[in-house]
Design a protein around this ligand. Structure first.
Ligand SMILES: [Zn+2]
Length: 487
């Protein structure tokens, strides 16, 4: 057991929600060093031995630190290492490398879209191991676990992106996948929605994904089509995962575009049917707007589109494309062409679809926040408290234990993250204490960089890293987190 001289903290009398979805119970949690030493009834002898600092948590919820399963924080974890947008939500671990876009193993001074979603300055890690070392050296405010991005591999190895990889290119991509798995990556991500990966076929994906499978990894995918072609796109993702032998996570599941609104009534039954034959889950963010690179083919003249950044016209950040188009006297599509390269928020979903996905037993929470946007989608700062405030407390769509499970235990289990996501003796001491009466997101589309409310204290690896009173404690205790070794 832990040494008697390690720092110890006793969280006393809080409502313990342990990450398993089991009923909450009032009790104590003892943190010793970087681990959880006891949960529930803490033996008096243990308290005696460690003489912990006592924090009264009556009326507060004590939960495992949240795991943000869908992020693009690859570079932010190094160059904005305080990670306050996440830490301030109670997030203690982020999964980077989603949507086929990862920092490693790309080395370039001028990343093209969609890699540029990760910023521009950190493409200097030629292997996953180098990236892992850079994360550890930066000592970010939260832990970082990583997927390897399929689009990043294509951009590194393919001479032309408008065709599937040939045998030689597939072998080079597979070798990078092996290196990443050896370095502790969680698995592979893809984003075949993006034109840089759209030409990839199942054979190409399986060639890379099967290396992740052999090493106990997972496969997360931004599917080819979230609009009219969503059902075949889900089938394709499931087929790729089945052929590779990988557990599947459908990224940010949504039915985008007015013509598809309501179609989660079709997609969710299909996902359930597929999940009966293979391991399958999905992530979701609690908003009806998405955010990605600006593309004129996504401009339909119907949905609202908010420009969050534009390289040629930075002054247009924060304005709606319909207003910009009217001012310029051009179509919205033409305005998009002139504003590129840039990023935008697309108000492309309907609330009932988001509700169905969030309340579905196979979904877990991921922010999909973009940390390099001038005016980011508010999910970057608010996704997790928003689930608690809106979906649990105000609308009652989720029991508290389920909401927390979707942010912690389920996330750790599905992504093979060891010793995190649960309040359990021996687990790492990633812990959040929040006020269930006041917790809420404050970030909005107009004011996107706002601290959430009600997140009282956050510990990362046993180190108190955030308090509502003082915000960052100045302590950063995150590290690169490697996947669980298969039993
Ligand atoms: Zn995506």
């Amino acid at each position: 057991m832990a040494e008697g001289n390690e720092a110890a903290t006793l969280l006393q009398g809080g409502l313990i929600v342990d990450g398993t979805a089991a009923p909450a119970k009032v009790g104590d949690v003892l943190l010793v060093g970087e681990r959880i030493a006891a949960v529930g009834q803490v033996p008096a002898a243990l308290v005696e031995a460690h003489r912990p600092q006592v924090i009264i948590c009556a009326g507060q919820v004590v939960a495992p630190g949240f795991i943000d399963v869908h992020t693009h924080d690859d570079a932010a974890a190094i160059e904005k290492a305080d990670m306050l947008p996440k830490l301030s939500q109670g997030v203690t671990t982020v999964i980077v490398g989603n949507c086929g876009i990862s920092l490693a193993p790309v080395v370039t001074g001028s990343p093209a879209a969609p890699l540029s979603l990760l910023g521009h300055s950190q493409f200097r890690h030629g292997t996953m191991r180098e990236y892992a070392d850079a994360v550890d050296a930066a000592r970010p405010g939260v832990n970082v676990a990583a997927l390897l991005g399929h689009t990043a591999l294509r951009m590194r190895h393919l001479a032309a992106l408008d065709r599937p990889a040939n045998a030689e290119e597939r072998a080079a991509m597979a070798a990078d996948m092996q290196e990443a798995m050896d370095a502790g990556a969680l698995g592979l991500s893809s984003g075949i929605f993006y034109q840089e990966a759209y030409a990839a076929d199942v054979e190409e994906l399986v060639a890379v994904a099967s290396v992740a499978a052999k090493n106990g990894g997972v496969y997360a995918t931004h599917i080819r089509d979230e609009l009219a072609g969503i059902l075949p796109a889900l089938q394709e993702a499931a087929l790729t995962a089945r052929q590779s032998g990988l557990p599947l996570v459908i990224s940010h599941h949504k039915c985008a575009g007015p013509a598809n609104w309501g179609r989660t009534r079709e997609t969710l039954p299909l996902i359930e049917q597929l999940a009966a034959g293979q391991e399958m889950a999905m992530d979701v963010y609690p908003y009806t707007a998405g955010s990605t690179v600006l593309r004129e083919d996504l401009v339909d003249g119907v949905i609202d589109i908010l420009i969050t950044g534009s390289q040629p016209h930075p002054e247009m950040g924060g304005r709606y494309i319909k207003d910009i188009a009217a001012e310029w006297g051009v179509s919205q599509q033409e305005a998009a062409v002139r504003l590129k390269p840039g990023n935008a928020c697309y108000f492309q979903m309907r609330q009932d679809d988001v509700d169905r996905v969030i309340t579905h037993p196979l979904s877990m929470i991921g922010s999909d926040g973009l940390p390099h946007d001038e005016r980011p989608h508010p999910r970057l700062w608010g996704a997790f408290p928003r689930v608690l405030a809106t979906y649990w407390r105000e609308r009652g769509l989720l029991p508290l234990e389920q909401a927390i499970h979707k942010m912690t235990g389920m996330s750790a289990t599905r992504f093979r993250i060891p010793q995190r996501g649960f309040l359990r003796e021996g687990c790492m001491a990633d812990v959040v204490v929040f006020d269930p009466k006041t917790v809420r997101d404050a970030a909005t589309f107009e004011q996107p960089r706002q601290f959430s409310e009600g997140i009282e204290r956050v510990w990362v690896n046993g180190v108190l890293s955030f308090t509502a009173a003082g915000r960052s404690t100045g302590q950063r205790a995150g590290r690169f987190v490697r996947r669980a070794q298969a039993a």
